[in-house]
Write a protein that binds this ligand. Sequence first.
Ligand SMILES: [Fe+2]
Length: 179
Amino acid sequence: MNDNPYFHKLSNHLIDEETRSILVSQALAKSDEFFAYKGQRTGNEDGNYIFVRGFLREVEGVQRLMRACTVECYPLIMKQHSNLKGPIHVDNPNGRNCVIITPLIPEKDFVSTNFYTSFEDTVPVTSVDYSDGLPALINTQRLHNLNNNDNLRMNFQLCFENSFEEIRNLLLENKLFVF
Ligand SMILES: [Fe+2]
């Protein structure tokens, strides 16, 4: 499991239930402040909409997490519209060589992040299961996409300049967050 080059599930929550519900209600209220993210290496849109400013850094649970983090990171909220069929892509690193995704909504049936070995693949090589609600560290430098269901999908992300392997090792050593 620890040599999975695509993702690494965390064994604990990073934000509490109160923080989660504040993020959801604020993000829904600021729906028009999200913008289409040109997140692909090609500079094309990747089907994601992001929110990076405003209330986000003022939420106490987010501040606590940022203070606890031992490497540089930044927070954002990302959403995907219902029934999005996201293109297979690699992220333009842009400070996000890897990200920790915390599912926000929907609480049930939050669809997987899928990983592929080539653009021509029709079946993922592996997928992240979020059904336990726990966060996952995602390697954005591997080919990935998602195929959303009928729900608006929204997640909270911590984004890292460090490589996936570096952040995974810090997580495994319990050194990424010091609360
Ligand atoms: Fe991506």
